[in-house]
Structures are given as C-alpha cells and as structure tokens.
Design a binder for this molecule. Structure first.
Ligand code: DAH
Length: 364
C-alpha cells in the first residue's frame, strides 16, 4: 500500500470513530489545517518533477477530497443524532391539562382589542382588517391626501424601495384609515365596521414607538349625521372605561378624509399621578384630554370608492389603542408595551382564559 493509501485508511478510520463535533473538527485541523498532514503533502508537489507530479498530484488531491467528504458526512451524522437527543429532551406532553399551571398572559393591547370588538359587536359593528403593507393610493390618495398634501409629511412614512405591479409606491400603513377604503370598495353599504391593527411611523420617544396600534371606525348608511357619531363614541367610551360619567367635547378640527372633522376630548381628573377619565372637563379639578379624531366621511372619499355621496353618508373615527390601554390600566411608558419583558407582562397582562364580555364585565 502506498503512503497515500495508508494515510487515507488511517484518516477515514479516525473520522468514522469521531464521537462528537469537537473530535471531527480536531481531525479536520490535523489533516487539512495550515500545518495539517494533507496540507503538508500538497506542499511537496511544488518540489517534484513534472512526471512525478502527474502521478502524485491527482492522488493527493483525491485524498483531500475523500477526507473532506468523510468529515462532512460524519458531521451530518453527529448533528442529526444531537438533534434527536434534543427533540427527545424537549418533547411536550400535549395531554397535560391546560389548567395545570397557566403561564403566559394576554398582552394589554390584545386585551383592549378584544374589549373593543366586544363593545362594538354589541352595537352591530363587524371587525375588518387590512394589510400592514399598503399602497400609496389607499393609505393617502383615496383618503383625499394627494401627493403634495402636508399631511403626508406629518405621517413620517416608511416607504419600500420598489413600486408594486401597478406602479404604486408601497409603504407600511401609517394609520388604519386605508381599511375604510378597502371596506367601501369590497362591501355594499350599509357598513358598520371597526378595524383594529398595527400602524407604523418613523418616530420614537417615550410616547411614540415606530409601530403602534390604532382602531378605525366606519359607518356608511343613508341619513347618517354627527349625532350618530357622538352617540356611538359616548356609548363606546362608557362601556370601555366602565363608568357612566364620561363627558365628551367635540372640537372642530381638520382631517382630509372627513368634513366636517372633530377632535374628541374627554373630561378627566388627575389622581395620584394618574389620569382618571370621567367627569366634565370644565368642572373644578377636571381638565380635557384629546382622545380621538373623527368626522363625517368626506364626499370625495365616498366617491373615490365608487359610491354615490348623495346617497351614502357616514362617519369615521380613529383612536390609538395603546393610549386607550395606558389610560384604562394606568401604564405610563409606551415603550414597555413592546419590550417583551415577562415581568411587565405578568404585572399588566390578563388571564388567557378570561374573555371580555359585556355581561360578565368588560375587563374582568
Ligand atoms: N387617521 C388619523 C390618524 O392616524 C386618525 C383619524 C382621524 C381617523 C379622523 C379617522 C378620522 O377615521 O375620522 O391620525
């Protein structure tokens, strides 16, 4: 047997016997590393005569290839065995009863979204959704925010580098309002929906995170007016804050997609460093706090969706879900919502099995 064959037999035997990944690696270094045996053989090629090299070259390279392949094969076998051991150790017994030791809890944002769905379902609203990756037309143009509108700058939009197949700029939706467009374009009125979900703006400090949550409301029907809007918001906020003394103040405002537009304030009182919603903001010890944006859906928006604004009217509103959660449950730093800190969650989270219902208590 030539030297090369002897080396091959030795190395392949050692590799086959390697017990773990560390041993395989040690053999690789010993054979193919800088000072390895095969590397040494390869270096001798330079000093050989052409005839000799013609014989030894292919033999040494062949040795290197077979050793490389054997190392890889052994590593695969050992990796698969290690994975089997881990899978066996991490097996979960699915037959354990769910109430054995409930861990984990519902995030306040999810809880509030569930509460909203429950409250609005009682008023005949369905839950609608839309994609978080939205096109420029639905996020802005159809909502009466044309290319040059200053509101676009205010939204601190995250744009994608490439347009879609229709040449539309793509973006992360900056509000849930595009779900208004999607719903009006895909559903016959009358429409009553809320649309909770994630929205994105390039903005962050103690009270702003680049991703946050909003809920949109939309009603489209015949003969809808501001009275319906005010009643709906009042009923919603009383149910949400679980008290009857919620007082609203509608302040004239401007949103491109509503006309007229109103900012909705609620009365509150400062108690032990916390804002407690309730009472008339003009009363002694009370103040007003801006809570949501709303208005009658702009005729142009209705027409942009292919509906006749002489026949169909409606109202819309938008509110920050995280803010609603903070106000009701007394958290003061928005960033904690998205830290994924289990201690925060076990303090503020909700039991996975306690579902909010109007009859059983909305936050019980
Ligand atoms: N889309 C607005 C925002 O993100 C919120 C809003 C205001 C929504 C008024 C509405 C509305 O539907 O009528 O700031």
């Amino acid at each position: 047997m030539s030297d090369i064959e002897a080396i091959r037999a030795q190395l392949l035997g050692d590799i086959e016997a390697a017990a773990d990944a560390g041993a395989v690696e040690a053999l690789r270094v010993a054979a193919l590393g800088k000072a390895g045996s095969i590397t040494g053989l390869l270096k001798t090629l330079g000093g050989m005569s052409p005839e000799e090299r013609q014989v030894q070259g292919p033999a040494i390279h062949g040795l290197r290839e077979s050793v490389t392949a054997a190392l890889a094969a052994r590593k695969d076998v050992l990796d698969a065995a290690a994975l089997d051991v881990r899978l066996a150790a991490e097996a979960i017994d699915m037959t354990l009863p769910a109430d054995a030791a409930p861990r984990g809890s519902v995030h306040p944002v999810s809880q509030v979204m569930d509460e909203l769905a429950e409250i609005f379902a009682d008023m005949g609203f369905a839950v609608a959704t839309g994609p978080e990756i939205e096109d420029d037309w639905r996020n802005f143009t159809a909502l009466n925010i044309p290319e040059t509108h200053p509101a676009r700058a205010m939204h601190d939009t995250f744009y994608f580098p490439d347009a879609n197949a229709e040449g539309q700029k793509m973006l992360l939706r900056t509000h849930t309002s595009p779900v208004q467009i999607r719903t009006m374009m895909s559903q016959e009125p009358p429409i009553r929906i809320i649309a909770p979900g994630r929205v994105y703006r390039s903005d962050s400090d103690a009270t702003h995170t680049p991703m946050f949550h909003q809920v949109e409301g939309l009603v489209i029907d015949r003969g809808i007016h501001m009275g319906h809007l005010k009643w709906t918001l009042e009923t919603f906020l009383k149910a949400y804050f679980e008290r009857d003394d919620i007082v609203l103040r509608l302040r004239p405002s401007y949103f491109p997609f509503t006309e007229p537009s109103a900012e909705v304030d609620v009365g509150y009182k400062q108690e032990k460093g916390r804002r407690i919603v309730g009472g008339n903001g003009d009363d002694e010890g009370h103040a007003w706090m801006e809570l949501l944006g709303s208005g009658m859906v702009n005729r142009r928006v209705i027409a942009n969706c292919g509906l006749d604004p002489d026949e169909w009217q409606g109202f819309a509103f938008g509110v920050g879900v995280d803010r609603l959660a903070m106000l009701k449950y007394g958290m003061d730093d928005l960033r904690a919502f998205f830290d994924g800190d289990l201690r925060w969650l076990s303090h503020y989270g909700f039991g996975a099995l306690s579902v909010p219902t109007l009859s059983g208590g909305i936050s019980a």
